[in-house]
Design a protein around this ligand. Structure first.
Ligand SMILES: [Zn+2]
Length: 60
């Protein structure tokens, strides 16, 4: 069985310990690319930070 590779970091999906064990995360960039758990978490964090900036948080 082919092991899914994350196009973002080149690692296995969902992670390097258990490649192909279950679905990875869906990229928030295009909503169709499957990425690894780490990248999914990172994208979610980036979106969170971006939304905070857009809402004016941290600006003076
Ligand atoms: Zn990745």
């Amino acid at each position: 069985m082919k092991k899914p590779i994350c196009p973002n970091c080149g690692g296995y999906i969902p992670n390097n310990e258990t490649p192909g064990a279950y679905m990875g995360a869906l990229s928030r960039r295009d909503n169709e690319t499957e990425i690894c758990s780490d990248c999914g978490t990172r994208e979610a964090m980036e979106d969170y930070i971006l939304s905070m900036k857009q809402s004016g948080y941290g600006q003076n």
